[in-house]
Write a protein that binds this ligand. Structure first.
Ligand code: G6P
Ligand code: ZN
Length: 542
């Protein structure tokens, strides 16, 4: 029976870059999920009888939220709901299911790499028919709706059994509990040379993949161990846990330091890798060699033709502005366009839909292609395995040769986390005002070639996005970029991205901190970081 329930608005239900992401305690309030989901449906048109995909990263409160989403979707007239078994669907797998089944859209329950549990975070994101995150005009309309909502429609029914693969009927509508892994694994099989990768494992190649007790466990176990024959135990922490085992499911050098340490031992695995809570980020470390996400993008662009799904070549490469310009060198050589977009995967959607770009990547550990409309952690690992299998060389050898051919972009990101918002904004305002006067300034050996406030003109829909980061270019090819994070939840996070180009192969094996030392000092001096933030050093360096 469908019921209409009266409700009142909650404050602050504004979706950010990746949906509505808040503390679990807020989400647990009565009607919090109901209001938001009804607001999404109130802003959509023409979905009567069509398909909705529902799944999440398996964190605490996901199951409860999914029950609510399904019941509201049925009450609002969706005809077919596809739900991942156990409520699980990684973000890239959800994107694939939406595309493959021609769904109207999907609701993904995920707070990505944020910790889970009663004191962690929960998130809800709406994706549209191309499988990508809803554009800003949709999320803004949803936010406006959340401020006015007076009632929601919900099916009054007992909770559904999400754990058995089955089709449940509700009048003319169906809810299908689907295997979250099989469609995604089949897609990967089409893109990559599984026989060749299997032969690599057979020859003794060792992989250590850490699923971080998050959603990629079942995907990684099936694909790496079952299909490709990686040794049992190649996938660590393969069971998704509601609190991620108390860990922070962010595959960076801080939260996955154990993998780094393992990869740096002389008899360590050939490849160490990890993904985040919802499976869209990746970490790649070969024995003795960490690959920065920016270098990984460039290397993947240069070698993608070795994978069957990309054998015909790639049409273009897109990277977010702060991502190093290593990929630009590859695009130049391949004579294909390079697109520089603002931070945020959503800016790649139009380029992918229009067939202008094939491979995309961000410095924030996201890499992917036109196979779905989200970044894809396991895809990146499989791409690396395919490249390693095809070239028969180590990660270190491939990276070193790449630098010798294209030059090395030394790169580091310095984060000043949870600084006071007023100070961070004042720093950006002051630097923005100073930009015109910076050109031609000399600091030791370094001379500023130009400085600007990055804005993006979308070549597909013609939209403009201004104030996407402050860039300072040096005459020797170096660059410093400043921007405030769009994903932080407390105070402000200042991100400073530092990059220097080194074409000389005899100077490409220097410690990154040493190679960038003068630019790092200058990054403080030019922007007055200590003065505005009160911080003498960054809280995280990646
Ligand atoms: C999320 C987005 C990415 C973005 C990253 C960092 O993961 O999906 O597209 O690059 O956050 O964003 P931030 O604004 O915190 O630098
Ligand atoms: Zn994520």
């Amino acid at each position: 029976m469908i019921e209409t329930i009266a409700t009142t608005p909650f404050e602050g239900q504004r979706p950010g870059t990746s949906g509505l992401r808040k503390k679990t305690l807020l989400f647990q309030q009565k009607n919090y999920v109901e209001n938001f989901v009804q607001s999404i449906f109130d802003c959509l048109e023409g979905f009567e009888g069509s398909t909705l995909v529902v799944g999440g990263d398996g964190r605490f409160f996901n199951r409860e939220a999914i029950q609510i989403v399904i019941k509201i979707a049925l009450a609002n007239g969706f005809g077919r709901i596809l739900v991942g078994q156990g409520g699980l669907l990684s973000t890239p797998a959800a994107s694939n299911v939406i595309r493959q089944y021609g769904a109207f859209g999907g609701i993904v329950l995920s707070a990505s790499h944020n910790p889970g549990g009663p004191h962690g975070d929960v998130g809800i994101k709406y994706n549209v028919a191309n499988g990508g995150p809803a554009p800003e005009k949709v999320t803004e309309a949803v936010f406006a709706r959340t401020k006015e909502i007076k009632q929601y429609r919900i099916l009054n029914a007992p909770d559904l059994d999400l754990d058995r693969l089955q089709t449940l009927r509700f009048g003319a509508a169906t809810v299908e509990i689907i295997d979250p892994v099989s469609d995604y694994a089949a897609l990967m099989q089409k893109l990559f040379d599984f026989d060749r990768i299997a032969a690599l494992f057979k020859s003794g190649f060792r992989l250590q993949f850490d699923a971080m007790s998050a959603v990629t466990g079942p995907y990684a176990a099936r694909i790496f161990e079952e299909f490709l024959g990686a040794a049992p135990g190649s996938v660590l922490n393969a069971t998704p846990l509601p609190d991620f085992g108390g860990h922070h499911p962010d595959p960076n050098l801080v939260h996955a330091k154990h993998l780094y340490d393992l990869a740096m031992t002389s008899d360590g695995p050939d490849l160490c890798a990890a993904s985040d809570g919802d499976g869209d980020r990746n970490l790649i470390i070969g024995r003795g060699r960490f690959v920065t996400p920016s270098d990984s993008l460039a290397l993947i662009a240069a070698n993608a033709h070795l994978a069957p799904g990309y054998a015909g070549g790639i049409k273009g490469v897109a990277r977010s502005m702060p991502t190093s310009r290593a990929a630009d060198k590859v695009a130049e050589k391949l004579k294909i366009p390079l697109f520089e977009t603002p931070t945020g995967w959503k800016f790649f959607g139009n380029l992918l839909d229009a067939g202008m770009a094939t491979i995309c990547g961000e410095e924030s550990a996201g890499t992917g292609s036109d196979h779905v409309r989200e970044k894809d952690g396991l895809w990146a690992v499989l791409m690396w395995l395919n490249i390693l299998a095809a070239r028969g060389e180590s990660v270190d050898a491939i990276v070193t040769k790449h630098w010798a051919e294209y030059g090395r972009n030394y790169y580091a990101r310095h984060d000043y986390e949870e600084v006071e918002s007023d100070g961070a904004n004042a720093l950006i305002d002051a630097l923005r005002a100073a930009l015109p006067s910076l050109k031609g300034k000399q600091y030791g050996d370094l001379r500023i070639a130009g400085a600007d406030d990055f804005s993006y003109h979308d070549p597909v829909d013609g939209s403009d996005s201004a104030h996407q980061g402050l860039r300072i270019h040096f005459e020797d090819g170096g660059r410093i970029v400043y921007r405030l994070s769009g994903t932080g939840t407390a105070g402000a996070t200042l991100r400073v991205y530092i990059e220097r180009f080194e074409p000389d192969p005899t100077r490409q094996q220097i410690e990154t901190a040493t190679a960038l030392a003068d630019l790092i000092t200058l990054s403080n001096e030019i922007a007055g970081i200590a003065k505005f933030t009160g911080r003498a050093a960054p809280s995280v360096i990646t």
